[in-house]
Design a protein around this ligand. Sequence first.
Ligand code: G
Ligand code: G
Ligand code: NA
Ligand code: MN
Length: 253
Amino acid sequence: LELQNDLRQAIDRGELALHYQPKIDGTRGQISGVEALLRWNHPKHGMVSPMVFIALAERFGLINKLGNWVIDEACRQTAEWARNGMRMRVAINLSVHQLRESGLADRIGHALQFHGLDASQLLCEITESVAMEDIKATQRTFDGLARIGVFLSIDDFGTGYSSLNYLRQLPAQQLKIDRSFVNDLESSEDARAVVSAVVSLAHALGLRVVAEGVETEGQRDILLAMECDELQGFYFARPMPADSLFAWSQGEK
Ligand code: G
Ligand code: G
Ligand code: NA
Ligand code: MN
């Protein structure tokens, strides 16, 4: 209950922040984009995990306020980086509530316009299970976002139950293989078979494949051999504050 009240005020008090984790291009080995991950630095409890407070926000009707803050802040930061010569695509995560919000595409369109961004600089990640939970809402929202030119990604792929026919119809550009498969790559032939098949499937559907949760050199090598397009994980970099990400990307050049 205490956290719930604190969360209401966290935005106004500036306690929320986005951290950014690089995605690495498999062919060039350079940063191809970043994923924005929400952080709450609580004055008493320190860093509270989004696993905790996003569930709270959903339960107490604060998820739209939180989600809107993420949209605006990610766009603001992307524009600031572009002004400083770092032009790249920034990904945000969408909750199931945002997906059902009928005005989401308009809201995102306005944020892009307000910050002077091209729609292709923003990518929205939706987990496979959320996308399949409400297929109608997903289709409507994806179509709306695709119409304004925002890129779309299916997150945590392999953990939900996708209908392949439905997947085929979604206007997405990217598919992220869930980190549980990546984790098992070196020890499990089955995991290698699944990942290899998912890469082929995604490519056949015209989707770029991102492997998330890459933690070792061995995993990286296997994924590159499978022609995975982009890699993301602690092996390359942890999520970090915006200024650290900028410095990190300068060091990569
Ligand atoms: O960053 P971390 O691994 O702690 O994130 C935990 C979970 O919170 C992940 O499932 C991640 O997708 C989710 N998450 C992080 N930031 C956001 C956000 O801005 N919006 C939503 N809806 N989920 C987020
Ligand atoms: O659900 P989603 O895929 O958006 O989750 C993102 C979460 O994954 C973030 O909280 C981030 O901290 C975490 N993460 C990113 N890279 C790694 C990694 O290499 N290993 C593990 N275990 N978690 C990671
Ligand atoms: Na994500
Ligand atoms: Mn994911």
